[in-house]
Design a protein around this ligand. Structure first.
Ligand SMILES: Cc1cc2nc3c(=O)[nH]c(=O)nc-3n(C[C@H](O)[C@H](O)[C@H](O)COP(=O)(O)OP(=O)(O)OC[C@H]3O[C@@H](n4cnc5c(N)ncnc54)[C@H](O)[C@@H]3O)c2cc1C
Ligand code: SF4
Ligand code: SF4
Length: 461
């Protein structure tokens, strides 16, 4: 698949003014594929196409312009979203965003903890809300039972359904499209979502859309990048796995931190990379399969959630993980603090308060990738007259070294745009021959950890 980043008109939009539509209809490369416009359209004129972009039924569209106003793709105003979420406009808060309390923890239920991408914390929070009747359902994701290499959104109403929703699906899923269903349902719903999906919800909130009143609590996931939906199919092709034999696909199967595996009809679990997960497969993936919109995204910590959850990748000076199978929680709003404390009090969540410990700020690599390189890339693209999202955040003046780092990251991402460079490179890096690159990465990291035990610090930009 050739992933164009240029202007892309959707044929179906010919009878509608594309300026009144979400960004996908005038500049597809800026679409986050959050599904917000699909869930917001009062006429149900939008649906999801095969690449997870919105598709228009021009016969139903009334040109009302709502989907353009709530689209989080082309423009994100951080001050507006700060006002909507926190009641003030001061967004000068650093990469982690506004944080009231920080915890490290895990789900007390072994089933939830064992099934989680990290400590099963997202699911523990949702389960606590569900079992105590605070919400009637949870908006979550799973791998599609018919095409298990793609993800889909659904409403979980039971413990078993929540277990099915666990794990990170590092792929584009238009989660907010579910709002079209929620709109007509009674009750309240908790939502687990990525930063861009939360931007869409907060933009709807600014438009006083009543569907937002149905969202009880928003649990945000940290996000370096989603991946193009073709990533799983390409990985299976690389290892000679026939998709028609595959009944399940997981990005973090098995013991923490997990392995990317396909499960076949006869129960065989096939690992899709020889390389290590964190310093290898997933890191290479976030460069080579990163959609253009994700490369220009600057919210890595789900700044506008009630509670954000990240992996606790913190390592000691020898590069060993300090908190395997645990997650970090940042409670941002009063609702977030209450939700987290309730889950701890009822015993659903086991968590330690680390609010006062500086070492638990976001780890540096993530801060650099989304807090530094993202904004620098956007500014560079704007200067060159190329398309990139509009943000109301200024970039600090970069050093030459920082500019070079952004350019080299952009170069690797550029290699990912074409199959003939992406496919052999990723195949090589995730094969047993890619060990040298992982060894180099680990060596560089170990050197950093030695100078900075805990490996964690926040860099403001
Ligand atoms: C695309 C993506 C990128 C990420 N990048 C980072 C990162 O750079 N650094 C970091 O620390 N953490 C990142 N995370 C979060 C991390 O992988 C874990 O999801 C998080 O720590 C929660 O783990 P858990 O065990 O508490 O959640 P679990 O109990 O396993 O629950 C996971 C929840 O995430 C939801 N979910 C999974 N995939 C998606 C999706 N594509 N869209 C919306 N919701 C989804 C599920 O529905 C479920 O509710 C990312 C997650 C995703 C999906
Ligand atoms: S009816 Fe309104 S919200 Fe729906 S597609 Fe048309 S302009 Fe967008
Ligand atoms: S990187 Fe940004 S745009 Fe991409 S999925 Fe994550 S939050 Fe959305």
């Amino acid at each position: 698949m050739n992933r164009s980043t240029g202007q892309n008109k959707i044929d179906d939009a010919k009878t509608t003014d594309s300026r009144k539509l979400s960004i996908a209809f005038s500049n597809r490369s800026l679409c986050t594929r959050s599904g917000t416009c699909i869930g917001a359209c009062p006429e149900n004129a939008l649906s999801v196409d095969e690449d997870f972009y919105p598709k228009l039924d021009p016969g139903k569209c009334t040109d009302c312009g709502l989907c353009a106003r709530i689209c989080p793709g082309g423009t994100v105003n951080f001050k507006d979203l700060t006002e909507t979420t926190f009641g003030h406009r001061n967004d000068d808060v650093g990469f982690d965003g506004h944080v009231e309390m920080t915890y490290i923890g895990y789900a007390s239920d072994e089933g939830i903890r064992g099934g989680g991408a990290g400590g099963g914390v997202v699911t523990a929070l949702l389960w606590d809300l569900l079992k105590h009747g605070t919400v009637d359902g949870c908006i979550v994701t799973r791998m599609n039972p018919d095409t298990p290499w793609h993800g889909e959104v659904f409403i979980a109403r039971t413990y078993e359904e929540l277990l099915m929703s666990q794990q990170s699906k590092y792929i584009v899923i238009p989660v907010n499209s579910i709002l079209a269903e929620i709109r007509d349902l009674p009750g309240k719903y908790a939502l687990a979502a990525l930063p861009c999906q939360i931007h869409g919800i907060r933009m709807l909130q600014r438009q006083n859309d009543p569907v937002v009143d149905k969202i009880g609590v928003i649990v945000g996931l940290f996000c370096a990048s989603a991946m193009e939906p073709n990533v799983a199919l390409e990985m299976m092709e690389m290892r000679g796995v026939d998709p028609s034999e595959v009944v399940d696909f997981a990005f973090r199967d098995g013991d923490w931190p997990g392995q990317i595996r396909a499960t076949t009809r006869d129960g065989l679990k096939i690992p899709l990379h020889e390389s290590n997960f964190k310093d290898g497969a997933i890191n290479y993936m976030t460069y080579l399969y990163s959609p253009f919109r994700c490369q220009t995204c600057i919210d890595g910590s789900a700044e506008f959630s009630d509670i954000s959850v990240s992996d606790a990748w913190t390592r000691d000076e020898f590069g060993n993980y300090l908190f395997s199978s645990q997650s970090k929680l940042l409670a941002r709003t009063d609702l977030g603090v209450r939700t987290m404390k309730n889950a701890i009090q009822t015993g659903t969540l086991v968590a330690k308060d680390v609010t006062e410990e500086a070492a638990y700020k976001t780890h540096k690599l993530h801060t650099v990738k989304k807090g530094m390189n993202g904004p620098l890339r956007v500014a560079r693209l704007h200067r060159a007259g190329r398309s990139a999202p509009n943000y109301d955040r200024l970039v600090a003046r970069p050093t030459l070294r920082e500019q070079m780092a952004e350019l080299s990251e952009s170069f690797v991402m550029w290699l990912g745009r074409r199959r003939w460079t992406r496919y052999p490179l990723f195949r090589f890096l995730t094969s047993k021959y890619g060990w040298l690159f992982i060894a180099i990465r680990q060596r560089i990291k170990r050197r950093k950890y030695r100078g900075n035990p805990g490996g964690a610090q926040s860099k403001k930009c």
